[in-house]
Ligand binder design. Structure first.
Ligand code: SAH
Ligand code: SF4
Length: 354
């Protein structure tokens, strides 16, 4: 059955017009009413849509699902981070993480079950791609988190949405685009461009495209200062190398007028030398950027170690002395495997039985 969040505002209008045969004016009114009760009040039962006539509620019930996924497991870290394991209608499992802080709070959502890309330092990369999430499955992660936090109404307990969970958003481009449309729509979840960040491992053709069509903050998982190191830890670099990514990030920044966040996980004796910091400074000069250094979060079976604090400080100093903005991101939720790069579920692609 089609789900309401597989349709953006305009899609839903066309759908209602066609299926329920309302005139243009009435259609707009009804879509506004449906979106208000669904995305702003958070109702997931048509019986509660008291703004609609019963007949229409019945029709919608048979046409459009508004069901949430099941929470299979909920873990709360000692630092307040919450991780939910969600079971989708097709029984696949996906993780979503809420990261509160004193000033704001962030929800980290997944774009795929598993990932095709196999970056050597990332737990998700160990789980082969099972599937792309639909726009509905992406939005539903936010709906569940809002239910759980009782985040309906005027106040916003979730301030930022980051596409930094499982999977590569730009390998699920159309569904990501649709979900962002629903997120940004003021009749929808009503987040501004500046409250949404999409993180990519550097799928260059879609970086440029997203600049034209999606327009959120962009984070680039660079993690290396030259192609040799990047090839060895992120195989995707053999397809889209650093120069290629720089060119496309430039296009994105021109469109978007904002600095791009470079994500760089510090791996001991792999990418944390002073030489690397110098090379990275040069890359940073090539497009408007700021650097997020990330502490490496270990997971069962990984062969890398985090850089020492001393080495991380040296690295940071070099970047700063070259005139760039740099912050060090501390791990959050690592005791529940909820930190960057630690997400993974048990879902496997069904094997074909012959
Ligand atoms: N696939 C996208 C979105 C995932 S974002 C991307 O790679 O950008 C998850 C972020 O955490 C990425 O920047 C990723 O490189 C980083 N990461 C992966 N494994 C990590 C680990 N073990 N420790 C810290 N960060 C990690
Ligand atoms: Fe996939 Fe991103 Fe993990 Fe690489 S870092 S394996 S692209 S989720």
């Amino acid at each position: 059955m089609l789900h309401i969040s597989d349709l953006n505002y305009e899609d839903l209008k066309q759908y209602i017009k066609k299926e329920i045969e309302l005139d243009e004016k009435k259609t707009s009114m009804r879509v506004n009413q449906i979106w208000k009760f669904y995305y702003q009040k958070g109702f997931s039962d048509y019986n509660l849509f008291s703004n609609l006539p019963a007949e229409l509620r019945n029709k919608l019930y048979n046409l459009l699902s508004i069901k949430r996924p099941l929470i299979k497991k909920k873990q709360i870290s000692k630092d307040g981070t919450i991780k939910w394991l969600l079971e989708l209608e097709d029984k696949n499992l996906v993780e979503t993480v809420y990261i509160p802080s004193d000033t704001h709070s962030t929800l980290c959502i997944s774009s795929q079950v598993g990932c095709t890309l196999n970056c050597k330092f990332c737990h998700t990369g160990v789980q082969p791609l099972v599937k792309n999430l639909s726009s509905n499955e992406i939005i539903n992660q936010i709906m569940v988190a809002k239910d759980e936090l009782d985040d309906w109404g005027e106040q916003k307990k979730i301030n930022n949405i980051v596409y930094m969970g499982m999977g590569e958003p730009f390998y699920n481009y159309e569904n990501i685009k649709k979900s962002v449309q629903i997120l940004k729509d003021e009749n929808g979840l009503n987040f501004s461009n500046k409250k949404i960040t999409i993180s990519t491992s550097g799928i260059s053709p879609n970086i440029k495209k997203a600049g034209d069509e999606i327009g959120t903050y962009l984070a680039l998982s660079l993690h290396a200062s030259n192609d040799e190191i990047r090839n060895s830890i992120m195989p995707i670099n053999k397809k889209y190398n650093i120069q290629d990514i720089i060119n496309h990030c430039n296009e994105y920044a021109k469109k978007n007028n904002e600095k791009i966040f470079i994500e760089y996980v510090l791996l001991k004796d792999v990418n944390d030398s002073e030489q690397c910091a110098k090379e990275l400074s040069k890359i940073m000069s090539k497009f408007p950027s700021k650097l997020n250094l990330i502490q490496f979060n270990p997971w069962p079976g990984v062969k890398y170690l985090p850089s020492t604090e001393e080495q991380a400080s040296k690295f940071m100093e070099i970047i700063k002395n070259n005139g760039h903005i740099v912050t060090l991101r501390k791990s959050r939720g690592d005791d529940i495997l909820g930190a960057c790069g630690q997400l993974k579920t048990e879902s496997e692609r069904e094997r074909r039985v012959i």
